[in-house]
Design a protein around this ligand. Structure first.
Ligand code: NAD
Length: 420
């Protein structure tokens, strides 16, 4: 076992890639080259805490494959972050960017930390030190980070400022997901959740389902992805019956007040403290009898242990890798339609790409243009995965991997093999 294979997420992602490759009769040399990340950096991130003591955190930046373009992928602040998990997420970014046709490769970064334990000043220090430690391998033409779990637009502003201080001039293109006032794009904050909602609409159309007041939705992980997905679907009339965060879930058969729950969470409060709602566990939320389940928190929440209890008709993977490989087999057997992560949550990286392009041109687009372009790219990608799913009789998950591998393979062949 190599060090990247320690996490289940890496093993799962790799096995899924291998299975898709076999179905396509792909040259094994291509898989051999995709097996390991191109570059992985592990850094110590020491900061001075508010009480005067120094504490060191472990940070990572992994660039999985950059055949098609610069690396792209978020920065995660979470206690589960490890080199192997970061490598798995970087691999998924390679496939995501390839599948939706962006001129970008796959990367990911993170710090093993619970950001809720740190003050704002400590978080700023952490971000600035991390940015400094990885500055030699990132840049607008090399690798462009973005927000992920536990990070946000403010984190990106600190990162961009630190990188710019090092280089001596302002370089907004080093990150995406920035605040609008320092070069961010309209629509970026909602893009991933909006993309999830778009994909649910595409799937509903294919499955002859209507999204209306009779549609019930449960969302595991009510954060930067879950909230805008809930807002979009509830604006279409769907009933969001349950949402959750790390502290637990809230449930209302008649529909949660999404606006109220979202403003509660945005004030930094936990859902377990929300009044006048029924409280259930995260585990219960995942197995509710709903039409649509959106796991939008963290990986590996549906496993072989609870997969057979999932009752949703559609699972829209808002998070990266929320279903283990075994769980995917079980829910597929049970006739549940999966919208795979590398398609379902690609809205974020698509609008990040728009932000990057706008920043390089110093010319900014309107929100309608951004949302229309996002819709267009996702629709085309969804169609291509659907066609492959039907043609080869494989689930959407495998079909998505096949689509991504096809694009990667042709790019790798055209560039050739170095040194030959
Ligand atoms: P976030 O930090 O804004 O929200 C995460 C949510 O999950 C929060 O409600 C948090 O309380 C909850 N959570 C965290 N750990 C949990 C646990 N162990 N059990 C249950 N709930 C838990 O993060 P986000 O940006 O919304 O990211 C969520 C997922 O979506 C991640 O898998 C991320 O990689 C993926 N994703 C995010 C983006 C993006 O643009 N933010 C893009 C693509 C994919």
């Amino acid at each position: 076992m190599n060090m990247f294979e320690e996490s289940e997420l890496f093993k799962d992602a790799f096995e899924q890639m291998e299975e898709a490759a076999q179905l396509m009769d792909l040259d094994p040399n291509i898989i051999e080259r995709l097996k390991y990340p191109k570059r992985a950096l592990q850094v110590a991130v020491p900061i001075r805490l508010d009480d005067g003591t120094v504490k060191t955190f472990m940070g990572y930046r992994v660039q999985h494959n950059m055949t098609i373009g610069p690396g792209k992928g978020g920065i995660r602040y979470h206690p589960s972050v490890s080199l192997s998990e970061t490598a798995a997420l970087a691999m998924l970014m390679t496939f995501k960017c390839a599948l939706v046709g962006l001129p970008l490769g796959g990367a990911k970064g993170g710090i093993r930390v619970d950001p809720r334990d740190l003050s704002r000043q400590e978080l700023q220090a952490l971000t600035r030190r991390y940015a400094t430690e990885i500055s030699m391998i990132v840049g607008p033409n090399i690798d462009i980070p973005a927000p992920d779990i536990g990070t946000d637009a403010q984190t990106m502003a600190w990162f961009m400022d630190t990188y710019s201080q090092i280089k001596g001039y302002t370089i907004p293109g080093v990150v995406t997901g920035k605040p609008i006032k320092v070069g961010g794009s309209l629509g970026r904050a909602e893009a991933t959740g909006k993309g999830v909602a778009f994909c649910i609409n595409f799937a509903a159309e294919k499955l002859d389902m209507k999204i209306d007041k009779n549609t019930t939705v449960a969302i595991h992980g009510f954060g930067k992805v879950g909230i805008p997905a809930a807002e979009d679907l509830s604006a279409q009339g769907a009933k969001i019956v349950a949402v959750s965060d790390v502290s637990g879930a809230v449930y209302n058969a008649e529909g949660i007040n999404v606006e109220l729950a979202a403003s509660w969470v945005k004030e930094g409060k936990l859902l377990k403290d929300l009044d006048n709602v029924q409280h259930i566990s995260n585990e219960e939320l995942l197995t509710l009898d709903v039409d649509i389940l959106i796991p939008a928190a963290i990986d590996g929440v549906v496993t072989e242990k609870n997969a057979s209890k999932v009752k949703a008709r559609i699972i829209a993977e808002g998070a990266n890798g929320p279903l283990t490989k075994d769980a995917i087999d079980i829910v597929t057997k049970n006739g549940i339609f999966i919208i795979p992560d590398i398609l379902c949550n690609a809205g974020g990286v698509i609008v990040s790409y728009f932000e990057w392009v706008q920043g390089l041109q110093n010319f900014f687009w309107g929100l309608d243009e951004i949302n229309n372009k996002l819709h267009e790219i996702l629709k085309e990608a969804f169609e291509s995965v659907w066609v492959c799913h039907k043609k080869y009789g494989v689930n959407m998950k495998k079909a998505a991997f096949m689509g991504a591998l096809k694009r990667l393979e042709s790019a790798m062949r055209l560039r050739g093999f170095f040194p030959g």
